[in-house]
Design a protein around this ligand. Structure first.
Ligand code: SAM
Length: 282
């Protein structure tokens, strides 16, 4: 009998992957955690039945959350990752010898444990000596840490369950305070395509815009997320991701990347008309 993983992307749309094995299922204090294995996407992790990471397309998300801010300000030294329990974001950050300290605050230890067991592809650098893991709520963690981080990456779940508070004005305000004067925030910004996701995307980008002098949105192609069209928010006190972007400076790091390159960096901020209009009209 065939086994399929199926996820509702809207009331009328489902996305399905044929799976060979259901490798893990567990209920943590925060969410249901599952790992499946498939021919097309390799192993993949879901939380409360929503796709988080697959072996095949994780490089796209992790390249784009990490290299866009790092190429905008190559002098970043202290980084905070909020969420990101699969470890893929930390893995990309550890490729920069210039980064001195990486704090990762993940609310759910089960996600990290399961990723270490089943997804070494993403979790392989969680033991880097520069990395400190905190099993705490990122919403609380970021409070009262003025002028501490050069970069905050919000690698969160959707705005439901434990991730809900990571999409609030108060949280973005606390991130602003926790950043140094050179600071950059990159946050999960959902998809512009389906109405429900687009509403969250507009709300998140409006709130960030009220707090940060520079606030933009950039896009990438994520095959296993609803509609395949996904956005990150980029916000900063000082750096514009296009005007202050110096491709040759980033190229000096000599990193080989599979999705990110210096053309994509610029192109990802060029948004389709309907997305621009949504963001402008709020
Ligand atoms: N790339 C993924 C995506 O967009 O679907 C996100 C992956 S990562 C596994 C998301 C993590 O955020 C989860 O492990 C979840 O436990 C964590 N998370 C959710 N809310 C959180 C909070 N308030 N504080 C810290 N971590 C949180």
């Amino acid at each position: 009998m065939e086994l399929w993983y199926s996820e509702k992307h809207t009331e009328d749309v489902k996305f399905s992957i044929k799976v060979n094995n259901h490798l893990f299922t567990g209920q943590s204090d925060f969410q249901r955690v599952d790992v499946f294995e498939s021919d097309e996407f390799g192993k993949f992790l879901t939380l409360d039945g929503l796709m988080m990471v697959t072996e095949k397309d994780e490089f796209i998300y992790h390249d784009m959350i990490c290299h866009v801010p790092m190429a905008t300000n190559p002098n970043i030294k202290n980084v905070l990752v909020i969420g990101g329990g699969d470890g893929g974001t930390v893995r990309e950050l550890t490729r920069y010898p210039s980064i001195e300290k990486i704090h990762m605050v993940e609310i759910d230890k089960m996600v990290v444990d399961v990723s270490r067991e089943f997804l070494p592809i993403t979790s392989s650098k969680l033991d880097d000596t520069r990395v400190t893991l905190f099993y705490e709520d990122g919403i609380e963690f970021v409070k009262n840490k003025p002028n501490t981080y050069d970069l905050i990456l919000v690698d969160s779940t959707d705005p439901i369950g434990p991730g809900e508070g990571l999409f609030t004005r108060e949280f973005y305000r606390n991130c602003f305070e926790a950043l140094t004067e050179e600071g950059i925030l990159v946050n999960q910004n959902e998809s512009p395509y389906y109405e429900g996701d687009a509403r969250e995307m507009i709300r998140a980008s409006q709130k960030v815009k009220e707090i940060f002098p520079i606030a933009k949105v950039y896009q990438f192609h994520m095959p296993t997320y609803p509609s395949g069209h996904w956005l990150f928010g980029f916000a900063s006190k000082k750096y514009d991701p296009i005007k202050d972007f110096n491709p040759s400076k980033w190229e000096e790091f000599g990193l080989k990347t599979k999705y990110y390159n210096t053309d994509i960096h610029v192109g990802s901020f060029m948004l389709p008309t309907y997305v621009k209009e949504m963001i402008e009209s709020g």
